[in-house]
Design a protein around this ligand. Sequence first.
Ligand SMILES: [Fe+2]
Ligand SMILES: [Fe+2]
Length: 148
Amino acid sequence: MVVGQIDAEDRPTYPLKTQFDEDHNLIRSLLEKLYKSAEENEDYAVLLECFRSFEECILKHFDMEESEIKKLEWNDDVAAHIEGHKASHDSLRNALIYTSDQFDKKRSSKEIPNVIVLLPQTYFDELESWDIEMEKLLCGHNEAKCTD
Ligand SMILES: [Fe+2]
Ligand SMILES: [Fe+2]
């Protein structure tokens, strides 16, 4: 196991775990496709399509996570988590809006926005650490479904 990461099998389970795991796998593969298309200098239309697929999927996922954590019984830990987790989602939402604007501005020149710089891996590392904390809270919310 890599230090700082938790193996998927070691993570606790909760009602929407399967859905969230599937979303995370899809988001990861769409991001890899986006980065790969940028590295291989694919043209504007290809990059834009990859970006839109990624954007649509991750925005839907953020909304679903936020609505799920808001169902948790309120306490200081949950309140602090919601605030931090949502702020992390909002950083990426803002980066997506900015990147989308860049695509719009460059539509006529077909110049390609630098998606690897605009949507760096560091965002996703931070998002993952919030999700790990969220999983623990969701698991505590429904102990009957916990594996540990
Ligand atoms: Fe999240
Ligand atoms: Fe997530």
